[in-house]
Design a protein around this ligand. Sequence first.
Ligand SMILES: [Zn+2]
Length: 372
Amino acid sequence: MQPHEPPPAGPPVDPYAPQAGWAQAQDTPAGPYGSAQYPSAPQPYPTGPYPGPYPTPPYGPAPYGGAPVPPAIPPQQQPRGLSPFGMPARHSWEIPLLIVVVMLTVVTFLFAILFAALGTINQYILLFLAAPLLVWLVRGQTFASLRVNGVKMSPTQFPEGYQLVVEAAARFGMKKVPDAYVLLGNGQINAFASGHGFRRFVAVYSDLFEVGGAAREPDALAFIIGHEVGHIAAGHVSYWRQLGMYLVPFLPILGSSLIRAQEYTADNHGFGYRHLGAPTAMGTLAAGKYMNTLVGFDEMADRAATEKGFFVWIVNAMSSHPVLTWRMWALRDRSRHGNMFLRPSRPASAPPAGNYPSSYGLVPTQPPKPVP
Ligand SMILES: [Zn+2]
């Protein structure tokens, strides 16, 4: 899909190779990129009981330090690519949905050409005949507006953001670091990734960029940048990909579901780059840049299983992003891919929500911070 992005060198030759089942969790911790910390090939995790004491949570002992420790989920039950280690996984629904959408798009193109050849020309047929040109124009225009209006991250301008982009690209084994821009947000919380020609770029709205910085929530910004760079790493923004998905706006539920699977994939990348930022990044999407730390990640994620009904189903099915409660659930429960159509439910073997330590595969969630 991306001839301009050669596959990453190094041990994880094909990060998106079909998974071989639960029993093969050979994820290895990803140390600083290129460091000598993890020079060897991925080592299998030890099987059997958890070998040592639980790691101390990085955010301090209370209230977790004194809580009873639930049994750990055995590491070998984690699907590859959903943990903070190893290469992030593509969501299991993404490729099947992509194949269906691309096939429908190709058939529609062929019908448009057929009708045009038979002399039938209307606006819809023109819309499809002009698709290769339209996609190229929109991409070129998007990139140009960033080049002339965006603040380009560099070692001297928003250096902390620039560093996150460079690190995230290295983490995902990308040969080229994408360009990155800060764009005036005017209150909107948003970020996106796209490309034009061989260039790839991410743009973060200023209101979202503000969540970062040493005094605020640097992990949340890192997660968000990891998510956007992940879209590029996963090939979501190539010209041919976007042309092949030209029919998406005309395919209710099917089209949005493909986009939703891509978002889960990008979240896996954000999680793989900075999993500690997931709760606050989601809190920012839920409550904005000032009240993000007041959102109870567990409390909100828990509602994914309890809010039910047809309208919940349809709102998610028609949504381009997984609804926030489901998305939080997926970022918390790393034992399976995020739910696409049916609301998640807690497996009987899972530990209770909240108050569990930072065991492998589970996001160490933090309680909301008190109002200052
Ligand atoms: Zn996204």
